[in-house]
Ligand binder design. Sequence first.
Ligand SMILES: [Zn+2]
Ligand SMILES: [Zn+2]
Ligand SMILES: [Zn+2]
Ligand SMILES: [Zn+2]
Ligand SMILES: [Zn+2]
Ligand SMILES: [Zn+2]
Ligand SMILES: [Zn+2]
Length: 1751
Amino acid sequence: MADEEARGAERMEVSTELPQTPQRLASWWDQQVDFYTTFLHHLAQWVPEIYFAEMDPDLEKQEESIQMSIFTPLEWYLFGEDPDVCLEKLKHSGAFQLCGKVFKSGETTYSCRDCAIDPTCVLCMDCFQNSVHKNHRYKMHTSTGGGFCDCGDTEAWKTGPFCVSHEPGRASTAKENLRCPLNEEVIAQARKIFPAVIRYIVEMTIWEEEKELPPELRIREKNERYYCVLFNDEHHSYDHVIYSLQRALDCELAEAQLHTTAIDKEGRRAVKAGAFAACQEAKEDIKSHSENVSQHPLHVEVLHSEVMAHQKFALRLGSWMNKIMSYSSDFRQIFCQACLREEPGSANPCLISRLMLWDAKLYKGARKILHELIFSSFFMEMEYKKYFAMEFVKYYKQLQKDYISDDHDRSISVTALSVQMFTVPTLARHLIEEQNVISVITETLLEVLPEYLDRNNKFNFQGYSQDKLGRVYAVICDLKYILISKPTVWTERLRIQFLEGFRSFLKILTCMQGMEEIRRQVGQHIEVDPDWEAAIAIQMQLKNILLMFQEWCACDEELLLVAYKDCHKAVMRCSTSFMSSSKTVVQLCGHTLETKSYRVSEDLVSIHLPLSRTLAGFHVRLSGAVSRLHEFVPFEDFQVEILVEYPLRCLVLVAQVVAEMWRRNGLSLISQVFYYQDVKCREEMYDKDIIMLQIGASLMDPNKFLLLILQRYELADAFNKTISTKDQDLIKQYNTLIEEMLQVLIYIVGERYVPGVGNVTKEEVTMREIVHLLCIEPMPHSAIAKNLPENENNETGLENVINKVATFKKPGVSGHGVYELKDESLKDFNMYFYHYSKTQHSKAEHMQKKRRKQENKDEALPPPPPPEFCPAFSKVVNLLNCDIMMYILRTIFERAVDIDSNLWTEGMLQMAFHILALGLLEEKQQLQKAPEEEVTFDFYHKASRLGSSAMNAQNIQMLLEKLKGIPQLEGQKDMITWILQMFDTVKRLREKSCLIVATTSGSESVKNDEITHDKEKAERKRKAEAARLHRQKIMAQMSALQKNFIETHKLMYDSTSEMSGKEDSIMEEESTPAVSDYSRIALGPKRGPSVTEKEVLTCILCQEEQEVKIENFAMVLSACVQKSTALTQHRGKPIELSGETIDPLFMDPDLAYGTYTGSCGHVMHAVCWQKYFEAVQLTSQQRIHVDLFDLESGEYLCPLCKSLCNTVIPIIPLQPQRINSEDAEAVAQHMTLARWIHTILARISGYNMKHAKGESPTVPVLFDQGMGDSTLEFHSILSLGVQSLIKYSNSIKEMVILFATTIYRIGLKVPPDETDPRVPMMTWSTCAFTLQAIENLLGDEGKPLFGALQNRQHNGLKALMQFAIAQRITCPQVLIQKHLIRLLSVVLPNLKSEDTPCLLSIDLFHVLVGAVLAFPSLYWDDTVDLQPSSISSSYNHLYLFHLITMAHMLQILLTIDTDLPLVQVQEESEEARSASSFLAEISQYTSGCIGSGIPGWYLWVSLKNGITPYLRCATLFFHYLLGVTPPEELLTNAAEGEYSALCSYLSLPTNLFLLFREYWDTVRPLLQRWCADPALLNCLKQKSTIVRYPRKRNSLIELPDDYSCLLNQASHFRCPRSADDERKHPVLCLFCGAILCSQNICCQEIVNGEEVGACIFHALHCGAGVCIFLKIRECRVVLVEGKARGCAYPAPYLDEYGETDPGLKRGNPLHLSRERYRKLHLVWQQHCIVEEIARSQETNQMLFGFNWQLL
Ligand SMILES: [Zn+2]
Ligand SMILES: [Zn+2]
Ligand SMILES: [Zn+2]
Ligand SMILES: [Zn+2]
Ligand SMILES: [Zn+2]
Ligand SMILES: [Zn+2]
Ligand SMILES: [Zn+2]
């Protein structure tokens, strides 16, 4: 292959030798007669040359050749002059009216809910940001690709159709150019060129011959070079393709991967080049390797190289055309004309249609370019868009059929363009009028659906293919697009065509009416659940289309009546079988109904009745036209009983399913019944069936209607005679059926919240839905929205009304905002709201009763007065007072009173009460409106009349009185009372109205009601009070018990309460409560005593208690050691991947990487912990896939709180020390700093000599020999006081070593080695860093140093410091001495080792901690183990601290920021004066490097601010080291007292400069040495990297308030590694603000031989492996740790309803919640990210599977 490529290159050179300038070529073309032939000839010459090296092309060179030899000449030819000049001119004039930006998959689009005509109208990011909609109620969505920006389309927007950049008049600067018509010549040229171009593109694109070119292009000698080309499909997985290629081509994995990626992206690719036979063989190989039982082989073709070349170039030419057209509207129009021109005398469609028709056969890459071509030509010119739409509709059927049998996604099918045309209102109207598009679409459906038709011509989707049917939905969707905007003007033609479309649509509904019939299974359970999803899915798809058809028809009375007639006819036609069936007769209390015999429980039944329901929809829209209905549907044809029949069957089916009569029919029926009533379907299923029954009730005789209901519910017998059965199941079944029937009766009479049924508006309907949802419980916005039906524009109308009925309650730091119902809306609660599910119903009832109880009200929940029926439905109320209804009610009450009867339930009674209440309310309303004699509604009369069925029958009122007395019905008492009062009220209204003083009587009766009411109220109140007192008493007892419990289990309680308080884990608890009068000074001779308490701890594992003592077995705290960048001053500083060579003794002042030790504060016996850990190891070995934690590195979850831990800290009690004041005075006599230093130096030199004897001196120490003082010798240090070494138990020592090794291993990322000399260094380092981190956190939160620590932090620090003391003893003392000498060399005069770092390159707090902890090693002797006595260590601490503090002061002053404007002038204080003079002195030593002339007050303020964190850290350190109680001021939040309290605790003068004065002689040489250090001067010069004090406090990056700003940022993001425009997942690092390209191969990195994603790689350096990212496109936060762990975390962005929106599913505008962002910040600063991840992984174990490594 290689030499073939070479030959290609060679030939290229030969051809390019022909001296042809583009200009000359263009003029040569000009002389030719037929441009097309000339053009083809030219292409035939060039294209195969340029595209020769298909397998491994040099893309840059290829592009250059195309430009040179084809495009530039073409452009010269087009413009007649230099194209660059010309295009530049055109650019300024090309102000489009439309934006037309085509969306790529993943791009964010915006729609405006206030202004968009429909939700398909969208804006691109740029247009949106520049539009008025930015401040409207917009929605954000993620494009699936293929759509385009509608900015500038006046039909798409009600207001603000233009953004600022697309506003027509905007280009005022280039006004003269605005219309800039191209000159005549260019237009003439374009007319010549464009047709040729498009023709070539079309010819080549649809060229089918694999081995030959079209004759016009066959001018060269044919070569023998072929390609084996592989096409992409949607069936084979990536891996399968790779596998097949590797096998077939015998190639490397990488090559196969490369091919596969390219195929997935482009749609096809040459995978092999060579002779025909070789390619053919490869083809067969690939096919056979990719084929298996379940899969077709891959699509492979062998193409001749020249065919391939021309096809490739055709697409490139398409892109060129796109570019040219973007310059001028004229170009676009000429191009469109060329595309639309039909060849005279040819039967072929025009060129663009030929392309469309070929679409389904094309591969992905080609389709994309051709669709773009359509977007940039036709869709940019309204006129031509129309022509295109007409062509599209002309071939619609074919296109859809091709799409349905195609396997590519819809987003890359030409059929997806329909939304761009059909949703444009004028276009839609035009297409209906001119091309009858509704019929076209419905007929297409009718043609593609027959494969699902059964022999009755009904659909049946058993065994359907989801993919195929999914494609059919797309056609249904087109119907929605066409109907989405209702016409405002109806022309005669529109009317005719629309009706024709509607009739055609009825044909589809006819196939659905009664489809998928089922029969009740008796005996055996069905074997397989039938497919039900397809039919329900179609129902969902159709819901809004059905509604829109109804809306369209309702625009025009005539139209509505005609449509009604057609629909009615269709229903009747579907009911013929029913009409011909046999008859039966039902009789009850003197009423007779003759009806067809049919039983739901035996005969076939279907829940799909779109025709009936459409008819119901028409009926409610009739209003006034109802009077003309008979003109269209004659009375004799109307047959309301038949219309009611089918919906009634459906409702009966539901009742029988509830009664478990259909349980043998499996789950599929349950699901169908669920969807029948679910919000996604109910509008066009359940709701319409209720309406149809209401129509029946309004038109039929009420008694006959009820008889029909009884008959169909199969309950006629149950009411006709007393059924005496002992079969409990049967009784239960009857009872359920009666309940279901009563409910439906309540709905028929009571549900009037449908415009057209009752006098209500749409808003009132929505409001009522919301009220009932919120009666269940307060709900977030999204939950309410989910429970409301969406209209065709995906709107629920929720926002318009919600504030009238509910109040919004804001969310806290977590959770979401909720709406709570307003009190005044509670009265609208209807217990039998027809959209309640069973559980919702009982929840709501429970809630409302509870509420009323709490308010001391009665528990009656009568129905709210319903709105009035519309005239057409007014007769429905007659159901209430008809004989049969009275009979039903009386029967139920009688059964309830009868002790022997069990054919009743409390629920049934409640419903009967409800119906009674409805009847009484109705009569009351009527009486209040009209004079008594006109009100014929006589519910009261009927209910109080004696029954006729039996001689001893009682009237209903009497029955109620009886029921009231039944103790089991206590719960119903209030409701019965309410009804009886209502009886009274109505009675009074009847009576009083005769006296014509109806108004007063009304109020009187109310008064009467009130009196009884008040009485009951008082009684109730008394009871409630008694109950309250009783409760109080019990509570008091309880809390006493509780207190006791807490006392005895204090530790347990603390820890558990902390766990449950995950919300806000900061426990505001006093950490050191002991108050004493002792000195509160930690250092020096005045040191206060250590306050220690006997510590008895309980092991969380064995629950045994044990006192912590040094001689006992160890107890341990679970702990986690982690690397941290929380304090870094230099984010992103490269981290050493392995710490093999790092010397961690000195910490860099930028604190870039520290080692943090945290603990969850839970205590275990060391032994128990070891057992537990071993057990975890064992179980985890069995769990293969769940690698929650890394056992290898000692990870485990805390057994109690499930925090991630990787080690334990031994708990060692503090050794109390007390200074004897006499000793102190004695020592104070001669213990000056100078003397102390001498003593130490003598000791050090003594050691040096000792060691020098044996081995070579290990520590190079320089001495000023003159210092030698004969009185001070090696042992003088001991004279200051010594004591013997503490003896720790072996168990403790073991744990100390274990923990120290863990710190070393994790801190340095090295394998464990307990003998490594760096182990103690890491101990000191983690102590210092942990203290700094906690100090920083406390400062960040504005909390006092002591008293605000969480328990876990307090316990952790205490254990850590005491461990650090003990750690020294487990090491060789010589080693500690070595380290100590290096540390001391920083601050001791006359001691300097060669590697002593310069003062500015170390963190002095780390030096302090190290030096203090290592210092006792100077007391070590070969023979006895000694350590300093209390008094000596107090001096040691004091002087070490003073020396280091002075060094730190110098650090601060040297790095002071002098660039700040010094406007503020303060009074000169003593401190300020000291500062000035000190700096003047220093200035001399630095040879002027540090500028004098800085005002003294500024120096002092800066010093004080700079040194405070250090002092706070030191205070924490000494407190936990020594246990000396800190001053009171540090326990409270008083910032003023803090500084002096710190100074007093640390034995410092408040004017810190006095230190220098006091020790001047000793310190001066030091100052000189520090300042003269050339390294220091060097540091000072590098201003950018210098660390200033106080160090800046880290926080997460600033985020914009408006989330769309972030999306905007993301849209501008370009992957740094790849140039393609594939979908990217930009991710924002919240530590540093970097935007990364995540989850993409392009940006993967290799770390230690493993591939890791861009984020994980970034986290390694940015956060030492721990990081917080925001996935911008998804609005999700992710926390990551290490290579393989991470978790999702809610983003800090909320919509106006206080909800997050992961994945931007809802798309509401989002704004930053500062509180939540702050919380995230604290998670980071508290070092809880790892813990958060571990917890979330523990809870989401099942969903675990995301490959975090590649993030
Ligand atoms: Zn745009
Ligand atoms: Zn725009
Ligand atoms: Zn708007
Ligand atoms: Zn234990
Ligand atoms: Zn724990
Ligand atoms: Zn970062
Ligand atoms: Zn990338």
